[in-house]
Design a protein around this ligand. Structure first.
Ligand code: IPE
Ligand code: IPE
Ligand code: MG
Length: 255
């Protein structure tokens, strides 16, 4: 244990603060198993996971990372028992209320990505309030993916573009222009995607944007994912060779 803690502290010390990713994305997975391991209801894991999001978001901001995108509820998560879905939505409302209270003071932008139509009127009203406050804020931006699916996002973009073509737009769109139809319009693609919780898949997260993202997987469950774990992920990122289809040292690493 002590040895591994030491290793983690070392990761923090070795981090090169001048080569941090601009945009980090995290799949917040493992809340249910974290709770089950403690003989707690799964919802206790979601509560702990929500609290950890605050810790890690503050840490990313302190490091100077510009954008943090987190996957909190997927288009497929409606398949869970209604009681779990409503507990997650209740936590989301609570989180949004607290964010609304603090966002201007802390200069934290909070943007929600996803199809908001099936959310409750109360949740949608809270999201609307964050949008209004957002105009007064510059600086660190957290993106919360709620009822988000990568395929849904691409389909939505394609439908909007097709409509514009029907209305007379020329059908000559580039990948760069198509990116502007995504929730992430105007943002750089994620440099690093982290998945805690032990699964080795993306589960429909940022399918368009992940083309050249570095992927980092760990067995650590999301509520146990500490700032030291974040350092480890960032250090792993700094040791990657980003070639973008080129060869080492020629037209490669942007970071
Ligand atoms: C992630 O944790 C939160 C959501 C998907 C809403 P899980 O609830 O998926 O936790 P595990 O994977 O069952 O442990
Ligand atoms: C991915 O986790 C979605 C979120 C974390 C919001 P899941 O727990 O839903 O993913 P699968 O079912 O293991 O692929
Ligand atoms: Mg899961």
């Amino acid at each position: 244990m002590i040895g591994s803690r030491k290793k983690q502290e070392e990761a923090g010390k070795q981090l090169d603060r001048s080569r941090l990713p601009r945009h980090v994305a995290i799949i917040l997975d493992g809340n249910g198993r974290w709770a089950q391991k403690r003989s707690l209801p799964r919802t206790a894991g979601h509560l702990s996971g929500a609290e950890n999001f605050r810790t890690i978001a503050n840490y990313c901001k302190a490091l100077g990372i510009s954008y943090l995108t987190v996957y909190a509820f997927s288009t497929e998560n409606w398949n869970r028992p209604a009681s779990e879905v409503s507990a997650i939505m209740g936590l989301l409302d609570r989180y949004l209320r607290e964010a609304i209270r603090d966002m201007v003071r802390d200069q934290n932008r909070l943007v929600v990505f996803g199809d908001l139509t099936p959310l409750s009127p109360e949740t949608r009203k809270l999201i609307e309030e964050t949008r209004d406050l957002d105009k007064q804020i510059q600086g660190f931006q957290a993106n919360l993916c709620i009822n988000y699916g990568g395929r849904d996002e691409i389909l939505r973009a394609a439908r909007r573009y097709a409509q514009e073509v029907r209305e007379g737009r020329e059908n000559d769109i580039t990948a760069e222009e198509f990116s502007e139809y995504m929730y992430t319009a105007g943002l750089p693609d994620p440099d690093l995607i982290i998945r805690p919780g032990g699964e080795l898949r993306l589960s429909n997260f940022l399918l368009w944007q992940c083309a050249y993202s570095e992927l980092y997987f760990t067995d650590v469950l999301w509520p146990d994912f500490t700032t030291a774990e974040m350092d480890k992920a960032l250090l792993a990122f700094q040791n990657r060779d980003r070639r973008y289809g080129g060869i080492h040292g020629v037209g490669g690493s942007e970071v």
